[in-house]
Every structure is written in structure tokens, then in C-alpha cells.
Design a binder for this molecule. Structure first.
Ligand code: ZN
Length: 157
């Protein structure tokens, strides 16, 4: 094995470590007393389910929780998402989702945005396994549904 390929293996190990850590000790599972946004999502290809609740304060995500069942990728992704959007506006959260989605579908490279993605970057390794991309995206498309619902509710008010 060349030096270069073992370097890549190390990176994959690190990513795998982050994903397993979130799967084994999922963050932000405490049910919120009240929430402004919520949505549930299902990935029928794998049987993954995720429900996300978000609390806003002055337009900033101040609390977020998820509940779910399914494979390690789907649940780790949900856990990483909840950490990633805390402190962001909905616009910023949506931008992160779009960037992540593009990345998973190979339409955007990682290199220009590593700083912003943090642990989300760990999920990028999943794109090598196209069938698991839907697992990794489930929590994010669920968040997008919640944001869309919230925006249309606000428009009616
Ligand atoms: Zn899955």
C-alpha cells in the first residue's frame, strides 16, 4: 500500500469514528417543551425514520432535537445536523443543507468550505456508497420540509 492511500484510509477512519460516535451517543435527543418548526421524514429504501423539532429565538435556532430509528448513517447524520444548525438562522441552515446535498450528489467539492461544514464533512465519505446517500440526507430533507412548512405558515400570518 502506498503512503498516499494509507493517508486516505486514516481520513476515512476519522470520519467513520465521528459517525459511529454520533450513532452511539446521539446528541440533542431531549424533547423540546415547545418548538416552532417540526417535520418527520422516512427513507423507505432503508427503513430509516427521523423527526426533527426546532425552536427559534429572534430568528436563530436556539434549540433543536431529533428522534429516530434506522441505520447508523441516518441517525448519525441527524445527530450531526442538530449540532450543526444550532446558532444558525434558517437561511444559514438551509444553505448548509443545499451545500451538503450538492456535495453528496457530487455537484460541489469539499475543499472550498471545509471550515463551515465541521462534522458534516464526515458524512461526505458516504457518497462513495450511492445507496446510503438517502440515509445521510434523510434528516436534512426533513429539516428542509420543516423550514418550507414554517415559511408558508409565516406567509399566511
Ligand atoms: Zn439507512
Amino acid at each position: 500500500m502506498s503512503t498516499q492511500s494509507s493517508d486516505f484510509a486514516d481520513v476515512d477512519d476519522l470520519y467513520q469514528e465521528i459517525i459511529l460516535d454520533h450513532y452511539r451517543s446521539p446528541r440533542n435527543q431531549e424533547k423540546l417543551a415547545e418548538s416552532d418548526l417540526e417535520a418527520e421524514g422516512v427513507n423507505p429504501f432503508c427503513g430509516d425514520e427521523v423527526a426533527i423539532h426546532v425552536k427559534l429565538t429572534d430568528g436563530i435556532v436556539t434549540a433543536v432535537s431529533f428522534k429516530g430509528i434506522g441505520c447508523s448513517i441516518s441517525q448519525a447524520s441527524a445527530s450531526i445536523l442538530t449540532d450543526a444548525i444550532k446558532g444558525k438562522t434558517l437561511n444559514e441552515s438551509e444553505a448548509l443543507y443545499l451545500h451538503f446535498r450538492d456535495m453528496m450528489y457530487g455537484r460541489s467539492s469539499l475543499d472550498d468550505s471545509v471550515d463551515h461544514l465541521g462534522e458534516v464533512e464526515a458524512l461526505a465519505g458516504v457518497k462513495k456508497f450511492p445507496i446510503r446517500v438517502k440515509c445521510a440526507l434523510l434528516a436534512w430533507t426533513t429539516l428542509e420540509d420543516a423550514i418550507k412548512k414554517y415559511a408558508s405558515d409565516e406567509a399566511v400570518k
